[in-house]
Design a protein around this ligand. Structure first.
Ligand SMILES: [Zn+2]
Length: 332
């Protein structure tokens, strides 16, 4: 055998997939409101690529970029349309925070780091500005030819407004949130949800502290509405205290409620890579990057909680055991 080839012996019950991608995280550590360390939420949890969803804006994206330069985990950013980023909860309550020129300039300056735009469309974020930031965000994403991730929550904006206006290939995150302005009304999926789903709008899980409900997931399953990408919306508080803890726990919740293992893995590899045009990630193929996640499916009971406090006992869960990242085999 060629002596330059490393052989890694794995247990028989191990699976190997392309390196996992978490498409909604927060890892610009300076902004403590929603922040975490990219290695803690990254490779140490079996996640080889993390996408920060709008923690930084044009004013501080360079600082964010410099802060993650040395990281093992691949880190990417969705640039917040507010130049301030999420330095406070209401980054879009002041429309002067939207600086289109600065936004464009930064997208051009960091083309391999910035994969898209982010706008948080909920009442606590937009204040008196209603739907306006949504329209600005779509225009700005168009201008730089990047996908837009829209966070949904309490209106405004109304869910209907978001889903009717986003473009094919845009991403709506927190899709299974339990709020009144969510995808379910009186036990039924709203019509605008089916329309957007069929039109090719991507639905992202974005579990987070407040944004995932088993009941909404169950109703979506009954209606054949699946998330395209499974993401955690992780930051230090919901990692330490739950209900998120890590991406694999989020994946396990979907595995136990209607999704096959193949679908779950596809939603953290090939699909998020496609969503954000990461052409060399998310697949095990000649010409792709050599990032891998090695994991097991543990057949033991585990209690998990959604964002409403509902507890469910899983009879099996996904457990990452190692990653191969930047030519290094790292046991977890
Ligand atoms: Zn988030």
């Amino acid at each position: 055998m060629d002596e330059n080839i490393d052989v890694i012996e794995l247990d028989e019950d191990c699976y190997i997939s392309a390196g996992w991608i978490d498409s909604h995280t927060h890892c610009f550590e300076k902004f403590e409101l929603y922040a975490d360390n990219c290695e803690e939420i990254g490779y140490r949890q079996g996640v080889t690529s993390v996408i920060d969803a709008g923690t930084a804006g044009a004013d501080n994206i360079e600082e964010f970029f410099n802060s993650i330069k040395e990281c093992k985990t691949h880190v990417y950013s969705l640039l917040n349309i507010s130049k301030t980023g999420i330095c406070a909860q209401n980054e879009l309550a002041d429309m002067t925070h939207i600086d289109k020129k600065a936004f464009e300039k930064m997208c051009k300056k960091f083309p391999r780091f910035i994969l898209g735009a982010k706008v948080r469309m909920s009442q606590s974020v937009v204040g008196e500005n209603g739907d306006l930031p949504l329209y600005e965000a779509i225009q700005m994403a168009n201008q730089v030819n990047l996908p837009l991730m829209v966070h949904i929550g309490t209106a405004p904006a109304q869910l209907e407004t978001v889903l009717k206006n986003v473009r094919e290939g845009d991403i709506v995150t927190h899709i299974f949130n339990p709020k009144e302005n969510g995808i379910v009304s009186h036990g039924k999926i709203k019509d605008c949800v089916f329309e957007a789903y069929q039109r090719g709008v991507y639905f992202d899980l974005g579990h987070g502290t407040d944004s995932f409900s088993f009941d909404v997931l169950d109703i979506a399953n009954e209606n054949h509405i699946q998330v395209y990408s499974i993401s955690s919306d992780i930051y230090f508080r919901n990692r330490h205290n739950g209900p998120v803890y890590n991406l694999s726990t989020t994946m396990s919740k979907l595995l136990m409620r209607g999704y096959t293992l193949e679908e779950v893995i596809d939603s953290v590899t090939r699909k998020p890579a496609k969503m954000f045009h990461l052409d060399k990630r998310g697949r095990i193929e000649k010409g792709c990057c050599g990032d891998f996640t090695i994991f097991k499916v543990i057949h033991e009971n585990k209690e998990v909680t959604d964002s409403t406090g509902k507890k469910v006992i899983l009879s099996q869960y996904i457990q990452p055991v190692a990653v191969i990242l930047r030519n290094e085999y790292i046991k977890l």
